[in-house]
Ligand binder design. Structure first.
Ligand SMILES: Nc1ncnc2c1ncn2[C@@H]1O[C@H](COP(=O)(O)OP(=O)(O)OP(=O)(O)O)[C@@H](O)[C@H]1O
Ligand SMILES: [Mg+2]
Length: 171
């Protein structure tokens, strides 16, 4: 079976002589659904960050969707991110944009026309039961509603890989 993520002796840290993740070896099959559990501060979000290139391997190797994440070029990273959906622990919604436009963001980046993306956004907002809130702005929504917007946005561009950091923490 195809592997969507392969880590070999993967070590991660924010500073040079610190270790958050130490020599991790694992692979994740395409099409599988995997939970990562661990105490607060143990490195779950850090590990997810390495999967979308927000932190580089300190040592070892990491492959995501067939792309090597060690010293990845900006071009390759942008390509990869167009195929990954991310639900951030702190949502990272754009406050100045309506809910509808927030969900549309991955489609805007991928260059879909407004007609196509509008229909897709309505479908996704329906899934997360937020059609009635689509014209509002993130600060006008409850924490759980904002989390549902983040989920809809992560699915908008039919990603090959969905990374969700505590996606139901407020639901
Ligand atoms: N940007 C950063 N700079 C420096 N250290 C960081 C940074 N982000 C996280 N850390 C540290 O890395 C360690 C792991 O943090 P991480 O956010 O990965 O934990 P977590 O398992 O996701 O925790 P939680 O369950 O609380 O979300 C913590 O000790 C944290 O202080
Ligand atoms: Mg975390």
């Amino acid at each position: 079976m195809d592997k969507v993520i392969i880590a070999e002796n993967l070590s991660l840290s924010y500073k040079e002589f610190e270790t958050i993740i130490s020599k991790a070896n694992f692979s994740i099959d395409a099409g599988s659904f995997v939970f990562i559990t661990g105490a607060s501060g143990s490195g779950k979000s850090t590990l997810l960050k390495s999967f979308y290139g927000a932190i580089e391997p300190r040592a070892g190797s990491l492959m995501v969707g067939g792309v090597k994440m060690n010293r990845i070029s900006t071009g390759k990273l942008n390509f990869l991110r167009r195929h990954v959906g991310i639900v951030f622990q702190d949502y990272k919604l754009i406050k100045e944009w309506t809910i509808e436009k927030n969900v549309m963001l991955p489609l805007i980046i991928s260059g879909y026309t407004k007609d196509v993306s509008g229909a897709q956004v309505q479908k996704l907002l329906g899934h997360v039961k937020l059609i009635h809130q689509s014209g509002k702005y993130p600060p006008e929504l409850s924490g759980g509603e904002q989390q549902r917007v983040a989920m809809a946005r992560a699915l908008a561009h039919n990603p090959i890989l969905i990374l969700a950091d505590e996606p139901t923490g407020n639901l």
